[in-house]
Ligand binder design. Sequence first.
Ligand code: SAM
Length: 283
Amino acid sequence: MAPPVADPTLVADVAAVVGNRREAAWIVEHATASGAGPAGAHRLAARRAAGEPLQYVLGTWPFRSVEVAVDVRALIPRPETEAVVGVALAEATGPGRHCRIAVDLGTGTGAIALSLAVEAGAASPGLEVWATDRSAEALALAGENLARLAEVDPAAAARVRLVAGSWYEALPAHLAGTADLVVSNPPYVSESEYPGLDPEVREWEPRQALVAPRGRSGVAGSADIEAVLDGARRWLAPGGTVVVELDPRQAYAAVDIARRAGLTGVRAERDLTGRLRMVVAHR
Ligand SMILES: C[S@@+](CC[C@H](N)C(=O)[O-])C[C@H]1O[C@@H](n2cnc3c(N)ncnc32)[C@H](O)[C@@H]1O
């Protein structure tokens, strides 16, 4: 079926409300596709004009190979995190490598875990992707996204296991020493930075998905990055890889923490704009 054509007059009306023509076109397309019609488009536009993030207004957002439902229960998946998954896939599924156990710590919407299940799955027979979160609300949303994936790609969805708990504590003990890949986008905004965040982030996205205490390295916002790196050696299989997203200011300390945690081949990786946005390390 051809995609719905956005009515230009309606797009112009909505653009006058939200102040952005491209967003208006998305809102109208979304309302048209969902059968909500012009009245629905105006309701969405009013939410956007009140400051709600576009992603929450639309209710779904693309992340690499998947489309996830997004709402106030979890962080909106970011493009930076798509790059983190790209690096993780290159590490874990390159030639001669077989990824059987992958772990996504702090899964939120489930975006990382679901995209790993889709993209690593075909080349990795028997792959299991374990996705954890401490937030029951986030895990409920991840469960809804897993059910959505099951409708379009049941084989990929069957690879994913959602478990509740703090970082590695959520994992069953038998996984210790077996993970070929650990990926995490943990909270890494400092307490002092939080009040200065864009109100669209601060007033809508869950605080516990964003803010972390100072790490023992002394670096603000680094405690959760350090928790993930500290536990990696115990949970990774020999040769396994951990990839953790971070703020560029946290990169040098994270490399140091990873080395002290007994990991090898430690490096910080830049994103497409040249900023250090993740640490990669191996057992
Ligand atoms: C920055 S968000 C990332 C969400 C998702 N992975 C993404 O990239 O869009 C961090 C996630 O970690 C979760 N989290 C925070 N503290 C945690 C902990 N101690 N154990 C497990 N998950 C935690 C939050 O609930 C949130 O879903």
